[in-house]
Design a protein around this ligand. Sequence first.
Ligand code: ZN
Length: 166
Amino acid sequence: MSLAVTLIMDRDAINRNIENTVSKVAYVLKQYCSDKGCPCNIKQFVYWAGKQQGSGWQDNIQNQLVESSLKLVCFEQIGDCEKSYGLEGSYICNNCGIKWNHFSIEWRMLAFHKRLMKVGADDPGKLYEELISNDVFATVGFEPAGRKTLSLEQWVAFMLGRNLKT
Ligand SMILES: [Zn+2]
């Protein structure tokens, strides 16, 4: 979603949109935790929580996914695993033992790129090429073009391995 579009949406619509994202993200995480105890080995989770965001835009669902994941009972904050730009903290999963780094980089005033990446793992962006959500906040002129995007409903289906309905 471009800045221009954001500005003409009324506040209630924005709040409804955010609430909907929060509840859908919580639903996906709850499914993972009831199935496996944690989300750490779900390929879709590894991708969406850890993929790189755009230089002039952010994926709002990714940011929410990272924020909500860090509140899961299985994740516990530990001492930082490395010194890296934007590293906000390191976490260990008490269910499976995997360690995660939480990155948050302010790409423009009060707008952040959030990522949760396994310590020492390859960039997960290659797991699903170019896939992003259609809930994007972008600087005008920097909207991601030519990317495959998923609506919130399609995102839930993708994350849970269900058939995508377009
Ligand atoms: Zn885990």
